[in-house]
Design a protein around this ligand. Structure first.
Ligand code: NAD
Length: 427
């Protein structure tokens, strides 16, 4: 953990501010600003080279007053317990703001899957479940994919869980492959969900998507589907930024006339890294990683990792930017958030903008329970309805109370969770 930035401190500070606005009492404040349960454990893996490597794993449940915990599992070399805590807390608010009956949780393993074979990744997934098989489950806490984990990882985890418990439990995990209990539309859900809210924000401001230009940080699951739908509704993306594993830095790939998604995807690896030399060959300018935020655009979409829009780099943001849609969890530091607020930029906060993924995971659970699976169009149309109504509720409250969009989203989300916690008689 860097000494300057701790996402859990950010998450708690955001909570504290809104807790004051809601006049929550001290007991409720203490209960909701901390995590309810945490598991820290070791996962030994017999590596391909014959040695045993020990990985550190976590699962954190922030709150389950509104339903079982829900949240992804990250494989990341810089994973920390405080990142997982923050992400678990944000999951609680995310499920609440879109009004689905789930709580907030998150998990992770400190590892770099770039350096692990498929076999080693499978053993890591199975080992993670073995450590937690009594503490997670369809009625307790339901994992899902997140950064550097995917449907294959979920299926290995499901298989291990079902082997341990001796029965089929498709509701144990979401983000499963389609045909193995997964939902059509889940892959697109987070990126598309972000664009559903972006479309509504532009409609509210009377701006046509065709008249807007955007820059994106990230080129993984969230970013690429956000780009796809934003381009379909008429928007233009001029730059994307992603990590380069070989050079161990990030680059921004720019094309003034607009990026071509399928061309870029054809030169992108499984971890969302674009090949720099091939991109140059396709006519892209290759700029430093920080350039994505400095572009002359109307819309910024940070969709890579937390702590990316900072007090420092936001000084270089173009005056033209009028809207920021946060695809990543916690991409904005408290200092940068103050700048966004004071400049009157319209913000679609992370736990609203990227709630499409968990909403579709909820749909996946519903479909597994019915053992009946919807067509993709039906799933995406239900997702559109949920995201649009959540966006409208937040934006109406922001207008009515004349408050910042992030605060309005927090007011709705925290109020619902506090009521459930109080009505259960917990606090
Ligand atoms: P991903 O692993 O598919 O892609 C991550 C992308 O970010 C890759 O293109 C990678 O190159 C890039 N990246 C990583 N480090 C970077 C850096 N330092 N600078 C620039 N680019 C960098 O991940 P994802 O699933 O798209 O998730 C992205 C973010 O969205 C995360 O914060 C995640 O928690 C959040 N999120 C994801 C989902 C989901 O359904 N996938 C749902 C909600 C929130």
């Amino acid at each position: 953990m860097s000494t300057e930035y701790n996402p859990f401190v950010t998450a708690q500070a955001q909570f504290d501010k809104v807790a004051e606005m809601l006049s929550l009492d001290d007991g409720m404040k203490t209960f909701l600003r901390n995590t309810l349960r945490e598991h820290h454990f070791l996962v030994p893996v017999h590596m391909d080279n014959g040695k045993v490597e020990i990985f550190k794993g976590f699962r954190v449940l922030h709150n389950d007053a509104r339903g079982p915990g829900k949240g992804g599992i990250r494989f990341h070399p810089q994973e920390t317990i405080d990142t997982v805590r923050a992400l678990a807390m944000w999951m609680t608010w995310k499920c609440s703001v879109v009004d689905i009956p789930l709580g907030g949780a998150k998990g992770g393993v400190i590892c770099d899957p770039h350096n692990l074979s498929q076999r080693e990744q499978e053993l890591l997934c199975r080992g993670w479940v073995r450590q937690l098989s009594k503490n997670v489950g369809p009625l307790e806490d339901v994992p899902a994919p997140d950064v550097m984990t995917n449907a294959q990882h979920m299926l290995w985890m499901l298989d291990e869980y079902e082997t341990i418990h001796g029965a089929k439990y498709p509701g144990f995990i979401t983000g499963k492959p389609v045909g193995m209990g997964g939902s059509l539309g889940r892959t697109e859900a987070t990126g598309y969900g972000l664009v559903f809210t972006l479309r509504e924000a532009l409609r509210e401001k009377g701006i046509r998507p065709e008249d807007t230009i955007a820059s994106v940080q990230g080129f993984g699951n969230v970013a690429r589907y956000a780009i796809e739908l934003y381009q379909q509704i008429g928007g233009k993306i001029i730059s994307v930024c992603c990590w380069n594993q070989k050079d161990k830095i990030s680059y921004t790939f720019k094309k003034k006339e607009g990026i071509n998604l399928s061309d870029l995807l054809s030169i992108t690896d499984n971890f969302g890294s674009i090949d720099k030399d091939k991109a140059k060959g396709m006519g892209y300018e290759v700029l430093p990683g920080t350039a994505w935020i400095e572009q002359d655009v109307d819309i910024l979409i940070p969709a890579a990792l937390e702590n990316q829009v900072t007090g420092e780099n936001i000084k270089k943001m173009s005056q033209r930017v009028k809207l920021i849609a946060e695809g990543a969890n916690g991409p904005t530091t408290l200092e940068a958030d103050e700048t966004i607020r004071s400049r009157g930029i319209f913000l679609i906060p992370d736990f609203l903008a990227n709630a499409g993924g968990v909403t579709c995971s909820y749909f996946e659970q519903v479909q597994c329970n019915m053992n009946y699976f919807w067509e993709k169009e039906e799933t995406l149309s239900k997702l559109d309805t949920k995201m649009t109504s959540a966006f409208i509720a937040v934006s109406e409250l922001a207008k009515k109370k004349n408050i910042y969009m992030r605060d309005a989203a927090y007011v709705i989300a925290i109020d619902r969770v506090a009521k459930a916690t109080r009505n259960r008689g917990w606090v």
